[in-house]
Design a binder for this molecule. Structure first.
Ligand SMILES: [Zn+2]
Length: 276
């Protein structure tokens, strides 16, 4: 995702208030759990992160980059706060309780579309895809089971696109047909879990973005050749697509790069991102 990582709006009064409410709710949760008192995780508290997350991603799903139109949007816990699918059972029969201690943790939250967040059926074959309570690790033996275990020892196979340093190109390659190609084991698992190549609407939307990107680029180039007065407007439209808040930003960037590379093979050299 271009220019996006999970930075915190430090100094913002609402943000500081949300942090205080999360700290208090977590304290209650830890205290009650240690005393064996069942305590619900408070959605009314952690969902206070939604406005900050939506600002961060320009109202896009952090995983698939589709615009989120539903209100309120889904807030996805990267490490599931409840049960975890296939997390194994300890010798004494204990099931993994989920990463409940990260329920109020900013670094564990992502804004998500319904299709990425929930396990749903997709396509003609009605295959299941979606995050749900899936959170596979490269090495199950390193999974944290309690707040005392280091989560940094884990190597999640699902990618976190808001993690500082996340690089789209390390894990994915762009295809003109709207699909994404995995370049790493983590990329392949992320595509599989979220159904990024299986969801028909998503594929159609990405294809549409490719068409838009190519059309905008060719119109801009043509307008430069003919010195048309609207060249600047076309350039702005391209720039908006390149770094703005449009949906499928990472994918669109690759579409534009691929188009420029294709032009180069035809002997047309274009500097990109474009300059006025
Ligand atoms: Zn999504």
């Amino acid at each position: 995702m271009p220019g996006t990582c999970r930075t915190a709006p430090n100094g913002d009064a609402d943000w500081e208030d949300w942090l205080r409410r999360c700290a208090a709710a977590l304290k209650d949760l830890v205290t009650n759990r240690s005393q064996g008192v069942k305590t619900d995780i408070r959605g009314d508290v952690y969902k206070g992160a939604i406005p900050f997350l939506m600002t961060l991603t320009h109202n896009r799903c952090a995983y698939c980059e589709a615009k989120i139109y539903q209100s309120p949007p889904e807030l996805e816990h990267y490490r599931p706060k409840g049960r975890i699918a296939n997390a194994g059972i300890k010798a004494d029969g204990e099931e993994h309780p989920g990463y409940w201690w990260l329920a109020y943790e900013w670094a564990n939250m992502l804004p998500s579309c319904i299709d990425c967040n929930r396990v749903r059926k997709h396509g003609a074959d009605k295959e299941l895809a979606g995050k749900g309570d899936n959170f596979p690790l490269k090495d199950e033996g390193r999974r944290a089971w309690s707040p005392d275990d280091p989560i940094d020892a884990e190597e999640p196979l699902l990618l976190d696109p808001l993690r500082p340093g996340f690089a789209w190109d390390e894990h994915f390659a762009f295809n003109f047909d709207g699909t994404i190609q995995a370049k790493s084991e983590h990329g392949a698992e992320t595509i599989r879990i979220l159904g990024l190549n299986r969801r028909e609407l998503l594929l159609e939307q990405r294809r549409q973005r490719i068409d838009d990107a190519v059309e905008r680029m060719s119109t801009y180039l043509q307008s430069r050749i003919t010195r048309a007065p609207f060249a600047q407007a076309k350039l702005r439209a391209l720039e908006e697509m390149w770094e703005g808040d449009s949906d499928f930003g990472s994918f669109t960037q690759r579409a534009l790069h691929a188009y420029v590379d294709e032009l180069a093979t035809e002997g047309v050299q274009v500097r990109f991102p474009p300059e006025p």
